[in-house]
Design a protein around this ligand. Structure first.
Ligand SMILES: *Cc1c(COP(=O)(O)O)cnc(C)c1O
Ligand code: SF4
Length: 335
């Protein structure tokens, strides 16, 4: 074999971990020590939105606890099959905001690029669980239409890579996109919305730090953790490496019934994030997507929780409670 030839090149460890995620409900239940009474519902709900959990994330769950806050985020439940009024397929109006393939231009000065539909983990509450990614995937034309759109509008100063999870793409492709973006003079910031450093910290490779550190654009990473138990030593290490590479680190969470709907849980999360060098950014009310109604916390309860956080935390450790409204010029504060 010739060194450097494609067959000789090794698959990065994170890509093997990504490919080796748990996708079979029976395997997840066995891994966390739960009985088969959960299986029929999990199998039925997984037909609506497939199960996917990286093994390292499953290892952070408490054995034998069906209410574990990490397990609740990924275990398909019978409730997902219920039809609930007001919970639809495109709750945040993304399809109508598509300015070019994969380009969501809803807010001033920044656009969201959905660069892939793939995620390392399938969060049961995800508002993109019914999103038709194959129509929205800009990579098919090597991003040229998205880049043209950005080039033509010099009011855009920030690009947000989103998905799916943008870090499920290879560093070669991401570095190529970053290089092309930094050639657009009016851009200042490159933001990455990703859950991978939390659910699969092996993803934070030298190659990733390399292109993030090399661009002239200011880099921001918004990770997504909902509970303090998600942040173990390996995640802390990955976040520290990102921080050392000069990436500003923020976190967004979703307020989820049965996961983090108590002040103590949200405070523990903020504390743990800050220890890992991450500032809490947004706490989102659940988007009303079909199959996720059981995760809902109503606005008045959410506002009460937020008041308690504001009373017990320094201002910089209290996230902003927001909801998304189709047509609004930004996230809408909930008070
Ligand atoms: C959330 C979101 C953003 C980012 O909003 P910020 O308030 O800047 O974090 C941008 N575009 C779209 C379409 C969004 O949904
Ligand atoms: S990682 Fe983000 S986009 Fe992917 S399923 Fe979870 S919430 Fe949705």
């Amino acid at each position: 074999m010739i060194p450097g030839s494609p067959a000789f090149r090794q698959v990065p460890a994170w890509q093997s971990a990504l490919a080796g995620a748990i996708t079979d409900p029976a395997e997840l239940l066995a891994a966390v020590g739960l009985g088969t009474e959960w299986l029929p519902a999990a199998q039925a709900a997984a037909r609506l939105f497939p199960l996917r959990v990286p093994r390292g994330f499953a290892a952070r769950m408490h054995h034998g606890d069906p209410h574990d806050p990490l397990l609740r985020q990924v275990l398909p439940l019978a409730e997902e099959c219920l039809v609930v009024d007001g919970f639809g397929d495109d709750p945040v109006g993304d399809l109508s905001a598509m300015a070019a393939p994969g380009v969501l231009h809803k807010y001033r000065g920044r656009i969201l690029l959905t660069v892939t539909g793939a995620c390392a983990v399938h969060c049961r509450y995800c508002f993109r669980r019914h999103f038709p990614y194959t129509d929205a995937n800009p990579a098919a034309d090597h991003w040229s239409r998205a880049l043209d759109y950005i080039l033509r509008d010099d009011s855009i100063t920030e690009i947000i890579l989103s998905g799916g999870d943008p870090l499920s793409l290879s560093d070669r492709r991401l570095a190529d996109l970053a290089r092309r973006l930094e050639g657009i003079a009016h851009l200042r910031r490159l933001r990455v919305h990703t859950r991978l450093p939390i659910v699969l910290p092996e993803r934070v490779t030298d190659e990733l730090l390399g292109w993030l550190g090399a661009t002239r654009l200011k880099t921001v990473m918004v990770v997504h953790a909902n509970h303090a138990n998600e942040i173990d030593a390996s995640v802390g290490d990955a976040l520290a490496r990102l921080k050392r590479a000069g990436v500003a680190l923020l976190n967004q969470s979703v307020l989820l019934r049965g996961v983090n709907d108590e002040a103590d849980a949200l405070i523990a999360l903020s504390e743990k994030l800050f220890q890992a060098g991450v500032l809490p950014y947004y706490l989102h009310l659940l988007d009303k997507v079909r199959g996720a109604a059981h995760f809902g916390v109503n606005e008045s309860e959410a506002a009460h929780l937020m008041a308690e956080l504001n009373a017990r935390l320094p201002g910089y450790l209290a996230p902003r409670l927001v909801r998304e409204e189709p047509g609004a010029p930004g996230k809408v504060p909930v008070t």
